[in-house]
Design a protein around this ligand. Sequence first.
Ligand SMILES: Cc1cc2nc3c(=O)[nH]c(=O)nc-3n(C[C@H](O)[C@H](O)[C@H](O)COP(=O)(O)O)c2cc1C
Length: 199
Amino acid sequence: MKQNKVSIADILSELTRATVDKRHPFRYPVLGTVSNSVSSSLRIVVLRKLYGNEAKLFFHTDLRSKKVSEIREKNQTSFLFYHPKKQLQLIIKATAIVHYKNDVSLRFWKSSSANSVKGYTGKKTPGTFSSEYNPNLQPVFFENVENLSLVEKGYENFVLIENNIVSIEALQLRRNGHIRMLFQYDSDTNEWKDDYLIP
Ligand SMILES: Cc1cc2nc3c(=O)[nH]c(=O)nc-3n(C[C@H](O)[C@H](O)[C@H](O)COP(=O)(O)O)c2cc1C
């Protein structure tokens, strides 16, 4: 990189690539939620979709999971990404909307592969204690599931989280001086404001 900057266009295109490339390191960000408790909660999710022009990113999850109740308590989400080859870290802050059994979630459900949503068919609530091993998945779903109609009941627990990006902080590591930039999204003008931060 000759220029001493990171471009928002490059960041958005890399994130978009991650939604279609299973091997892309940006596909598996750490999602942070805060809720009303003192400690933060962290876990990995799959980045399913990015609408770059509207600064929205999407992941899906189980209605019964802790993250959904936390987001409902406090709708601030953050995402941590790292691309080891590019040595690029991104921290995205967003405000989240929970889509459950509405047009938006239905559209996503219909375009999902059965394998990516079969986990939502489990009878038990994720995260609850169990005295014995329980994968919460019927053995018929252990192998590749071809058809979405086979996992239909998973829709009862399927939640799509829309995250409206407020800011993206990028840290590009470089031997000859790191670059740290903050991009803030203005949803009225659809424009990004960029500033340098001291790395
Ligand atoms: C590679 C990977 C991808 C994951 N993707 C998702 C996902 O897209 N949605 C999800 O709800 N959980 C996903 N999980 C599981 C979560 O990390 C987490 O264990 C689970 O959702 C429970 O989180 P919670 O109790 O904090 O809500 C993934 C885990 C891994 C390791």
